[in-house]
Design a protein around this ligand. Structure first.
Ligand code: UDP
Ligand code: MG
Length: 324
């Protein structure tokens, strides 16, 4: 019996690139006929006719599944929705914009067949991105590895293959604040990296501006580290100690030399510095508190307005080994 492989594609306003993506991916999987395929597009509340494009693909390709979300939930949740609806024994998550070359899928499957549960693609280079994005991304991933207690591989996007049991494990993590790269790593299981060169976007524009990326970074840090919270204690200790030393010095100085009232600059600097540090840490507390608040609401992660599964394979020899 053939194993089934699902390709999960989150798509938000990708009408310009979707047909090209589908054509190139179809070419790749045509050479991998030892598997049955499902190409699952998640329309993440697009406003540009992406859903119509998906349904057009579906009318000429029975392997296409469509999951249409009720609004835009963001890539992390769109991927989760895709993983939840995918039926394959192995599931591949890939961007719609052809920045992740579908040609790697053959290598993914080879490594999966060797017994690895997670095969992820590590970029050796990213073309067509600004130096600022490359630099901040690289710095961020290095910092994340230091901060968090799970090992999140550096220079790795979401492009990866997951085995059925890894997906099953991942889907048990129901948090609202989903930093998927961290969750993938948190789940564990035998993993292996494949190196590749990240291409520029084939068409359309990136959905992540710097403000979004900054918030994405905050999401990553707060989801996988409480170090910022602890920092307040250490900084507090350091400041108290120096305050004690400085205080003693002022005390002695006044006793010995009878210092007249002076020191306006020192006073201002101290007040402003302490005020700043305190507000900063109240802010950090707020970042965590807000997330706790969101999690306690226990809302469902997303809603689907329409799910159109791929047409099941009719040849009994080619039935996927678990039906739904
Ligand atoms: N995406 C999504 N929902 C969003 C934003 C993005 O599903 O709210 C999808 C998008 O369609 C693409 C992938 O996530 O398939 C990566 O987005 P993009 O290429 O804009 O990100 P970048 O590669 O610039 O980081
Ligand atoms: Mg992209």
């Amino acid at each position: 019996m053939k194993k089934q492989v699902s390709i999960v594609v989150p798509a938000y306003n990708e009408v310009q690139v979707l047909p090209a993506f589908h054509a190139r991916t179809s070419q790749v999987i045509a050479e991998l006929s030892q598997y049955t395929w499902e190409i699952l597009y998640v329309n993440d509340g697009s406003t540009d006719g992406t859903q119509a494009a998906i349904e057009a693909l579906q009318s000429c390709d029975p392997r296409v599944t469509s999951v249409d979300l009720s609004r835009n939930f963001g890539k992390e949740i769109a991927m989760t929705a895709g993983l939840e609806h995918a039926r394959g024994d192995a599931i591949i998550v890939i961007d719609a914009d052809l920045q992740d070359p579908p040609e790697l899928i053959a290598d993914f499957l080879r490594v999966w067949e060797e017994g690895f549960d997670v095969v992820y693609a590590r970029r050796t280079d990213r073309d067509g991105e600004t130096w600022l994005k490359k630099a901040t991304a690289s710095y961020f991933y290095r910092m994340m590895t230091r901060l968090s207690n799970v090992q999140i591989p550096a220079d790795t996007g979401d492009y990866r293959l997951l085995s059925r049991r890894a997906v099953q494990a991942l889907l048990q993590l129901r948090e609202q604040h989903r930093f998927m790269k961290g969750l993938f790593a948190w789940v564990g299981f035998p993993s292996k990296a494949i190196e590749y060169r990240r291409d520029p976007r084939a068409a359309g524009t990136t959905k992540f501006n710097y403000w979004k990326l900054w918030n994405f970074a905050l999401e990553g840090i707060t989801s996988f580290s409480i170090l910022p919270l602890k920092l307040a204690s250490y900084l507090g200790m350091a400041i108290s100690l120096s305050a004690f030393i400085a205080g003693s010095w002022i005390f002695i100085k006044t006793l010995v030399w009878g210092d007249p009232v002076a020191g306006y600059p020192t006073l201002m600097v101290t007040i402003l510095f302490l005020g700043g540090v305190q507000l900063l840490f109240v802010g950090i507390l707020g970042e965590y508190l807000g997330r706790i608040y969101n999690e306690t609401k226990g809302r469902p992660l997303y809603f689907v307005q329409r799910y159109i599964p791929a047409t099941p394979v009719t040849d009994p020899a080619e039935q996927p080994n678990h039906s739904q």
